[in-house]
Design a binder for this molecule. Structure first.
Ligand SMILES: [Zn+2]
Length: 463
């Protein structure tokens, strides 16, 4: 995502300069360490969701079924469902319950909610052996909060990002039950398939992740069905959006949706940028696999910013543009190549920012010049969200977006542009719809040069 604060900080950073020239000596290529064994489970999730909206899209109720496989050698005794939509409101209050509620669980036994009502553990009736599949089902009740936010309201428009309950991940590090820290992202999910049926008033236009079809429902209602394969989240919006569809020369359908108050110049710019860059990023990182991409735009998101979801980006749009390039770059770095966004936010944000700057051909040779080079002795590009949330909030944008993208441009100068491009293409291919780690990226970069990158990582605080 990119917030107003981050956008301003980056504009300041771009106005300044200094090259942190890598002090690395040519050496024999060190042997690349073997990839660590890791098994993330439950994997290959398949979501079947059917929701019905109230008259203005503020309240959605229905049923959700998730099937999944145990890909770990040890039997799976329980799964964790994350209710990220409760991140801001927690457990609510008796008169104002949590925005996302789950009830009538079948296929397992629910425990009490934890992590400020963002985590629900469901014990399976019997341990699920390695390779076996099972499913759980539950009622879902979603009330869109009254705030301008990725999960919130914007006049007559509703944004339902992070609203749908998702399976959490268990891997070599254990269960991932990290909190929502109120900025950036804490999300970590595995790619899966979604079939989401949304029954809503016909007056509401409903952009959604995936390939979307619409048919008439009961009198005055429309049923929007979205199919998405190989995505790690599902988002939608609802409201009286204006819309326009273009097809890129590479064959991707680009659907623009915007609120009536949004500047036509900003909408046109986002469509123009989007049309060129979906194909350009496809050539650079691997063809955009989802066929369809929705740009949902509003001029009223200035207190929030912009946010990426698979196949759908929410853009704060002004007459002079939006963060369309950064957010669409996230389709590759976060979406196609996943990461634990709590443990390693740089793996999506620094990469999206690097891709954004490359696309615009910005001069980054001097991107280290603003002083001090690091905001603290402990600052590092690879710090987790827990570090930034624990007294280092002010370092987040400067280090993860600013320093992280600078470091990638420096790496490109070390490897050379063709080798960097080839390395990134291979890196995306090797983690296609999977998950990458900092160690994976360092290994990929090291394999692209005979030069020992150890000093580079140390100097750039990629630890
Ligand atoms: Zn971002």
């Amino acid at each position: 995502m990119i917030s107003l604060r981050i956008r301003r900080a980056l504009l300041l950073a771009l106005a300044s300069v200094l090259l942190c020239a890598p002090q690395t000596a040519a050496a024999q290529a060190p042997a690349a360490p073997a990839a660590p064994a890791r098994t993330a489970t439950p994997d290959r999730p398949s979501y079947e969701v059917s929701l019905r909206a109230d008259a203005d899209g503020s309240h959605w109720t229905g049923r959700q079924t998730v099937s999944f496989r145990n890909s770990a050698r040890t039997p799976l005794r329980s799964v964790d469902v994350r209710l990220w939509g409760n991140g801001a409101d927690g457990c609510g209050a008796p008169e104002v319950p949590s925005p996302v509620r789950v009830d009538r669980v079948t296929g397992g036994t629910p425990r009490p909610l934890t992590v400020d009502c963002t985590a629900l553990r469901i014990d399976l009736p019997a341990p699920l052996p390695y390779g076996a599949r099972t499913s759980i089902s539950f009622d879902v009740d979603i009330t869109v909060p009254d705030r301008v936010h990725r999960f919130g309201k914007d006049g007559a428009h509703r944004y339902l990002g992070n609203a749908l309950p998702l399976l959490s991940v268990r891997d070599a590090q254990g269960r991932h039950l990290d909190p929502d820290v109120g900025f950036g992202e804490s999300f970590y999910t595995l790619s899966g398939d979604f079939r989401v049926v949304l029954d809503h008033p016909a007056a509401l236009v409903v952009p959604a992740t995936g390939t979307t079809t619409r048919r008439a429902g009961a009198p005055g209602r429309t049923v929007t069905t979205s199919l998405a394969h190989g995505v790690r989240d599902f988002a939608w919006a609802a409201g009286p959006f204006l819309s326009k569809t273009v097809t890129t020369p590479g064959g991707v359908r680009l659907n623009a949706y915007w609120t009536a108050a949004t500047s036509p110049e900003g909408v046109a710019l986002a469509l123009q940028d989007g049309t060129g860059l979906v194909d350009a990023f496809g050539k650079r990182f691997g063809r955009y696999p989802y066929g369809e991409l929705d740009l949902v735009m509003s001029d009223n998101l200035d207190d929030f910013g912009s946010m990426e979801f698979p196949g759908l980006v929410l853009l704060w749009t002004e007459p002079d543009g939006s963060a369309a390039v950064h957010e669409i770059a996230h389709q590759w770095f976060y979406g196609i190549v996943g990461n634990d966004q709590f443990a390693a936010p740089w793996l999506d944000e620094s990469f999206a920012q690097y891709a954004n700057q490359s696309y615009y051909g910005e001069d980054t040779t001097t991107c280290w010049e603003d002083q001090p080079m690091w905001p603290s002795v402990t600052a590092a590009i690879t710090r987790p969200m827990s570090y930034f949330a624990d007294g280092h909030r002010s370092e987040y944008s400067r280090v993860v977006y600013g320093r992280g993208s600078c470091a990638l441009h420096d790496l490109e100068r070390v490897l050379g542009t063709p080798a960097m491009a080839a390395m990134l293409r291979d890196y995306v291919r090797d983690h296609w719809q999977g998950v990458s780690t900092t160690a994976d990226f360092k290994r990929a970069a090291q394999a692209a040069t005979p030069q020992d990158l150890t000093p580079f990582w140390t100097e750039h605080r990629i630890l």
